[in-house]
Design a protein around this ligand. Sequence first.
Ligand SMILES: Nc1ncnc2c1ncn2[C@@H]1O[C@H](COP(=O)(O)OP(=O)(O)OP(=O)(O)O)[C@@H](O)[C@H]1O
Ligand SMILES: [Mg+2]
Length: 416
Amino acid sequence: MEAAGRREQARDEAQQVRADAQPDPVRGDILVVEDTPASLQLLSKLLTDAGYRVREAPNGELALWSAQAQAPELVLLDIRMPGIDGYEVCSRLKKMPGLDEVPVIFLSAHSDTDDKLRGFQVGGVDFISKPFQFEEVNARVMAHLKIRRLQQQLAAHNDQLQRESRQRLAEIAHMNRNASASVYCAALVHELNQPLAAIMSNAEAAELFLKMDPPALADVEEILGDIRRDDRRASELIQRMREMLKKSDPVAQRLDLNEAMAQVAALLGSEARMRRVQLHTEPAPLPLMVSADPVQLQQILINLVLNGMDAMGEPPQGGAAAAPARPRRITLCARRRDAAMAEVQVSDHGCGFGGNRERLFESFFTTKAHGMGLGLSIAAAIVQAHGGRIWADNNPGGGATVGFALPLAARAGAAA
Ligand SMILES: Nc1ncnc2c1ncn2[C@@H]1O[C@H](COP(=O)(O)OP(=O)(O)OP(=O)(O)O)[C@@H](O)[C@H]1O
Ligand SMILES: [Mg+2]
């Protein structure tokens, strides 16, 4: 019995030690701004006793300085004070980075409706009339601290989600870029052929010039210059391919949508020829400057054009009897949409979306045997990340059009 009592006492003591070592968590860091010393002290003491960490400021200037030095979680702010008054303190706080979200509760003897309205207008969240009941102050402070903390948690959670979705977009976009690598390969092989053939015929010519008597060295020198130029061109092509396949973070830069469109049309030229599709571009009369990552922008356009080609199916075989009913043409049209946005539309004369229009932008939605169903969802994610929008429609006369709009970059010269 005695032993049990000692054990109980030891347990109580241990609990006490633990309680001493871990003081109650601070309920909140509060800045109290009040010019009447007695009121300031009283409020400060009541709040401290209730478990808050309290900082005191006897006037507006010191309040701003103290809040800037270290952001409080909440401000209790008197309205009538000599120097800058409570309204002014509040509106200045709301303009300071890092302090704009700190809840401000006004404390004042002047509690008619106009005063309150003004308090809310300058960014206050609540109003307590003096003389106050401390229970009321405590209840309101607790409520606003809770709201603030929930908001912060939500914002942190949101940040985290955004980070994760950016990461996922980057991974998927990279996958899709590798998928379009076969198209680049085809374009590259085609384009490489030109300089390589030129190098070969120049080398053969050089051999002939060297065999002459005397050797035509001036001609050989000129030929060597040509060979060097063609070699450089081939290296540039390979370099472009490397850039495309590199996993790099998107970097926005000012670029002209007209040019981006022309580049993609050139890049897909050989693919279009192979599929007997005519690629037609209609640029805007003036540059359409947007701020975008050039590789991502190319990726959108490539996906849209490839979809258009897929929609038109295999080129018809045979002669006149099998002449296509619809033109095999894809038109890329860039234009200024309104004062703020530029748009590009890619239209084809293919099969159209049928009943699938609602699902086009879903990831992994595909109607193709070898499709991944990623092209449009990636295009949509990239467009959204650039602050734009994307849409898709069946054309009245058959075929489909997919368009996207991006904000025009500010600064002169953005007009078209
Ligand atoms: N221009 C178009 N005309 C008709 N249908 C289209 C067109 N563009 C897209 N679609 C439809 O939308 C679906 C999804 O397109 P998306 O580009 O996202 O994927 P995919 O082309 O099937 O595969 P990939 O990941 O290789 O691009 C396609 O499978 C097709 O059914
Ligand atoms: Mg596609």
